[in-house]
Design a protein around this ligand. Structure first.
Ligand code: SF4
Length: 222
């Protein structure tokens, strides 16, 4: 197979920019330092004029937290975005957070995909917070970057898994190891969960080892 780039299939709409979580590997902060889109990356800004970009009456999927974390969104921002999502029921909207413990959502649109990033074994508690704190039809996990073998996973109700590695030139950068990747992959396959191995893994995996699957709800993405 030829290795696909996830951004060719899932577009980013950065309707919120900014985050105060402070990950050392944050490319969104680096981008903002370079292009100065907002004054202070620690104070997220909602770009209401981008709401219309969510309109898409066809199948497809958008990532809405490429430069923010859902835990930093206000209730008002979430409500505005969720109501737009309900108008576009064929399109899927993807959210990621590293702080699901700070989110409480009792109701979300059926076309919302709520996920956590897990980079190490101790961060697996995020998966429980995700399921407990956010009521959703669709849960996903992104293992990117991964800094160690995450061990045994509870993948109950998880509908998609993305695996990647740290990119950029950070001092102390830790590339994903093959064993860590296949540990996650094998557990996902036991439960028939689609897995997308990101293009950044070229050089760690051979081309014929890549698995790049999307959930069926992302129809139109093959
Ligand atoms: S959670 Fe995401 S946006 Fe926030 S600092 Fe970490 S990498 Fe950057």
């Amino acid at each position: 197979m030829s290795v696909k780039c996830i951004k060719d299939y899932i577009k980013n709409i950065n309707i919120v920019i900014g985050c105060n979580i402070g990950c050392s590997y944050c490319y969104a902060r680096m981008n903002n330092n370079r292009f100065h889109t907002i004054d202070d990356f620690n104070n997220p800004v909602f770009f209401e004029n981008k709401l219309k970009m969510l309109d898409n009456k066809k199948y497809g999927a958008y990532l809405l937290t490429g430069q923010s974390d859902l835990s930093g969104w206000t209730e008002e921002w979430k409500n505005k975005v969720f109501s737009k999502m309900k108008e576009n029921k064929y399109t899927q909207y993807i959210f990621l957070t590293k702080k699901p413990e700070n989110i409480k959502l009792k109701e979300t649109p059926d076309n919302g995909w709520f996920g956590v990033t897990v980079t190490s074994s101790k961060e697996k508690t995020r998966i429980d917070y995700l399921r407990n704190n956010i009521k959703s039809k669709n849960y996903h996990i992104t293992f990117e970057p991964i800094f160690e073998d995450v061990g045994k996973l509870d993948l109950t109700d998880i509908s998609w898994i993305v695996i990647g590695t740290e990119t950029g030139n950070r001092k102390g950068k830790i590339p994903s190891e093959r064993e860590w990747i296949f540990n996650i992959y094998n557990q996902a396959k036991e439960k028939n969960i689609p897995v997308f191995m990101k293009e950044d893994l070229i050089g760690i995996l051979n081309e014929d080892e890549f698995v790049q699957e999307f959930p069926k709800e992302f129809g139109g993405i093959k």
